[in-house]
Design a protein. Structure first.
Length: 345
C-alpha cells in the first residue's frame, strides 16, 4: 500500500539533521499561506546517507508548466539506495505549487519566480515565496541543479546554462552530457544566480519541452545527475560514454518584425550559417511576406513552434559557438569538497 501525501510531516524549513540517516524521507515544506489561511506546501524528498558528504539539491517546476524535471527527480530517487549513499540528495519535484496547479509558468500575481530571486521577506506574495525557497530549502544545498524545460509555444534542445568560468560549475555542466552548453553567469534574478551569490555552485538544465513527459530526455538527464553524484564520490562509479557538447559563449533570441504565420526551418541542436534562411512568415492567404536569415554562424538552442506570430514573436534561440568544448576533464572538485568540509566543521 502506497503512503498517502498526508503521511508526510509538514515542516517550516528543511532540517537534514532531524531526518533519519540511511533512508529516504518525505516532507512537506510550508512556504506561506493562501487566502484561506491554509499552508502552501511544497513536496520534498530527502535521501540521507549514513556517511557524511555533500548535499546535492535538485529542483524542478519553478515554472509551473515545465514538468520533465518532476519524473527525473522521482525516478532518480527510486534508483537511490540511501543506505549506501554518501552525503545527501534533496529533490523538490515542484517548487511553484500554485503555477503547477494552474498549468501556468507564473506564480500568483503573474510573477515569474525565476526573475525575482532572492525575493524579500516583507514583499509581495511572490517575493516572500521566492525568499522562502532560498531560506528554507536551497540554502541547505552544497550544489544546485535546477531543472527546466521550454515554455508554451517553444521547444528546447537538451542544454545547460552555466558559468563556465567557474571550474566546479563547468565540470557539473559537462557531466550532464547535454547537447549544448551556454555560458551564462545567471545574475538576472534567477534561482541559479541567487544560489551562486550564496556560494552554492549551480547549473540550469533545460530538459525538453513544456507540459509533457519525454522519455528520452528524462533518461539522459537522470544519467547526467548520476554522473554528478558519482563524481562527488556519493555513489559508486559506473562507466558511461562521455558526450562532447557544443559550447556557446553566448546566446540570444531572434524575433519577428511583423505579424503572420511563422514557420521555423532548422531542427534543434542543428548548426546554421550566416545568411541561411531560418524562418518564413506568410500572410493569411499563404504568401511569403518575409524570410529571416541567421545573422551569424551558430547552433539552434531552442525555437518557436507556435505558427501564430505577432510583431515581436520569438523565432529561434541562437547559440554562438566557441571551439573550446571538450569531454569532462579529469580535474578534481576540490572547491566543492572544501565547501562541504567547511560546513561540516
Amino acid at each position: 500500500m502506497h503512503p498517502q501525501p498526508t503521511d508526510a510531516p509538514i515542516v517550516t524549513e528543511l532540517d537534514l539533521a532531524a531526518l533519519p540517516s540511511g533512508q529516504t524521507s518525505r516532507v512537506w515544506i510550508a512556504m506561506g499561506e493562501d487566502g484561506r489561511g491554509a499552508p502552501l506546501l511544497v513536496p520534498c524528498l530527502v535521501a540521507r546517507g549514513q556517511a557524511p558528504g555533500p548535499v546535492v539539491g535538485l529542483t524542478a517546476a519553478i515554472h509551473g508548466n515545465e514538468l520533465n524535471g518532476m519524473p527525473i527527480i522521482h525516478r532518480l530517487f527510486r534508483q537511490l539506495d540511501a543506505a549506501a549513499l554518501v552525503g545527501a540528495v534533496i529533490g523538490v519535484p515542484v517548487l511553484n505549487l500554485p503555477g503547477f496547479l494552474r498549468s501556468q509558468r507564473e506564480f500568483l500575481e503573474g510573477k515569474d519566480l525565476n526573475r525575482i530571486m532572492p525575493g524579500r521577506p516583507g514583499g509581495s506574495s511572490a517575493e516572500v515565496y521566492a525568499h522562502n525557497i532560498l531560506s528554507r530549502i536551497v540554502g541547505r544545498f552544497d550544489v544546485l541543479i535546477d531543472l527546466h524545460t521550454a515554455s508554451f509555444g517553444r521547444v528546447n534542445s537538451l542544454y545547460v546554462r552555466a558559468d563556465m568560468d567557474d571550474p566546479v560549475v563547468a565540470r557539473m555542466a559537462r557531466l550532464q552530457n547535454p547537447q549544448i552548453i551556454v555560458h551564462n553567469r545567471g545574475g538576472d534574478g534567477t534561482l541559479r544566480g541567487a544560489a551562486a551569490q550564496r556560494g552554492i555552485p549551480s547549473i540550469t538544465v533545460e530538459a525538453g519541452d513544456p507540459q509533457r513527459f519525454q522519455r528520452a530526455v528524462i533518461d539522459t538527464s537522470i544519467l547526467g545527475l548520476r554522473n554528478v553524484l558519482e563524481d562527488l564520490d556519493m555513489l559508486p562509479p559506473d562507466e558511461h560514454e562521455p558526450v562532447e557538447p557544443v559550447l556557446c559563449e553566448r546566446s540570444y533570441w531572434l524575433y519577428t518584425d511583423r505579424g503572420g504565420v511563422l514557420e521555423v526551418l532548422p531542427g534543434l541542436a542543428v548548426r546554421v550559417t550566416r545568411g541561411e534562411v531560418i524562418a518564413r512568415l506568410r500572410d493569411l492567404f499563404g504568401d511569403v511576406v518575409c524570410e529571416y536569415r541567421a545573422p551569424e554562424d551558430g547552433v539552434v538552442v531552442g525555437k518557436s513552434t507556435n505558427p501564430v506570430a505577432e510583431t515581436g514573436a520569438r523565432i529561434l534561440h541562437l547559440g554562438v559557438v566557441v571551439e573550446r568544448a571538450g569531454p569532462v576533464a579529469p580535474t578534481s572538485l576540490k572547491r566543492l569538497r572544501d565547501l562541504v568540509a567547511s560546513r561540516a566543521a
